[in-house]
Design a protein around this ligand. Structure first.
Ligand SMILES: Cc1cc2nc3c(=O)[nH]c(=O)nc-3n(C[C@H](O)[C@H](O)[C@H](O)COP(=O)(O)OP(=O)(O)OC[C@H]3O[C@@H](n4cnc5c(N)ncnc54)[C@H](O)[C@@H]3O)c2cc1C
Length: 367
């Protein structure tokens, strides 16, 4: 277990704002978990679990507490009943030697529990998990390519993109229950997943330290039609290859053109959530000519559209740039501190409220 003191949070979060954290503990093995949380308790300090800091905003005052990071990395694969795969035929042979065709996900919506379990330790880079699955021709998370951050944070806000959410394939997580001191397995149903929510950022925020996650994946391809922007991309780049690896490449290309790479530009990704509407509110919005998206997860208005309609796309507000390619994304170009971000955020929220009457809600967590 490594304990460091007075570490600037601007170095641990992708928005690159925030003063010092009093202590940062890197958990490098299971044996470190209990001592790390005991350390916080014994010093009567609050703790905050941090992954890659891609969905966390820190304030100038820093954090007078203990930042706990899961630094355990690695991916393992197991198949139920010890199945093996013939990579050429795509057939599975069980340990009993009983060959059976793998279900093609795109062809049959009555998909059974898929046989391939991928387990990733929480400190593993999320995109490495996606790459690992795609290299093995496993479908289910290919559209989640290039989402910054670590595997342990992926269920927290039920990461999603381009028509997939992690809840679609999430099987379970091994967690440490900080409240009771127990190690447990939480199944997917325990998480109460919904759009950008789970118990980990609602009812049980801060209670569980995610040690590892297990995803249930299958051979096959994503069902068509794909998400709008993938279909649009295919119109100008036709291909018949919809394998997980191909979709991962397509999504990576679309994202590269649209979204800032945290290595180059400071941001926390989408800064605001989309607006979800009831049926009657959606009908009222459509009557006014607002574009309402009928998604698999409900009726919504894209908040990027709202921000764009307010003339804010590409604008620089207090050193914070509203992205010109993805207006939901705020980029820290030259903010002098958290106050600049707060001022930019307030202007955007007020503009959308004045013009449309919708209240934008911030997506990233705040320390
Ligand atoms: C450029 C960019 C693009 C993005 N695109 C998307 C996108 O397409 N879709 C999407 O859903 N998100 C997107 N995001 C947001 C972000 O990538 C995800 O929320 C990601 O899961 C954050 O991972 P992290 O490890 O950086 O989390 P952090 O910011 O470190 O933590 C996020 C939350 O998870 C908790 N947490 C972290 N690790 C653990 C753990 N081991 N156990 C328990 N709790 C934990 C934290 O306490 C915090 O509440 C984007 C962000 C950026 C910067």
């Amino acid at each position: 277990m490594i304990i460091r003191e007075n570490i600037p949070l601007s170095e641990l979060t992708t928005m690159r704002l925030g003063g010092p954290a009093r202590f940062v503990i890197d958990i490098e093995s299971r044996d470190d978990i209990i001592p790390a949380f005991d350390f916080a308790r014994n010093h009567s300090l609050p703790y905050y679990i941090l992954g890659g800091g891609a969905n966390t905003i820190a304030r100038d005052a820093g954090f007078d507490g203990v930042i706990v990071r899961n630094c355990m990395r690695g991916i393992t694969e197991s198949s139920e009943a010890s199945n093996t795969v013939d990579s050429l035929s795509g057939r599975v042979t069980s340990a009993e030697g009983d060959p059976r065709e793998l279900q093609r996900v795109g062809e049959d919506s009555t998909r059974q529990d898929p046989p391939y379990m991928l387990n990733a330790l929480g400190g593993t880079d999320w995109d490495a998990v996606v790459a690992y699955a795609c290299e093995r021709n496993l479908t289910g998370i290919e559209a989640l390519a290039k989402i910054p951050g670590l595997a342990g944070a992926a269920p927290v806000q039920n990461i999603g993109a381009y028509g997939q959410d992690i809840s679609d394939t999430f099987k379970s997580a091994e967690v440490y229950d900080i409240a009771t001191g127990d190690f447990k397995t939480l199944n997917a149903s325990d998480f109460h997943f919904s759009y950008r929510h789970s118990i980990l950022n609602t009812t049980d925020r801060g209670r569980y330290f995610v040690i590892s996650i297990t995803l249930a994946l299958a051979h096959g391809t994503m069902p068509r039609p794909f998400y709008n922007s993938i279909e649009r991309y295919l119109e100008s780049h036709p291909t018949d290859d919809f394998s997980p690896a191909s979709i991962r490449d397509i999504v990576s290309t679309i994202r590269q053109d649209k979204l800032p790479d945290p290595a180059d530009k400071a941001s926390a990704g989408s800064f605001f959530k989309n607006i979800y509407l009831s049926k009657s509110d959606a009908a009222a919005a459509e009557a006014k000519g607002y574009p309402v998206y009928h998604g698999h997860d409900g009726l919504k208005i894209n908040s990027a559209w709202l921000i764009e309609q307010c003339g804010l796309k590409g604008k620089l507000l207090h050193g914070i740039r509203v992205s010109s390619t993805a207006p939901l994304v705020l980029i820290n170009e030259s903010a002098t501190g958290y106050a600049d971000l707060a001022a930019a955020r307030a202007e955007i929220i007020a503009a959308v409220q004045d013009k449309f009457g919708y209240q934008l809600e911030q997506e990233p967590n705040e320390l």
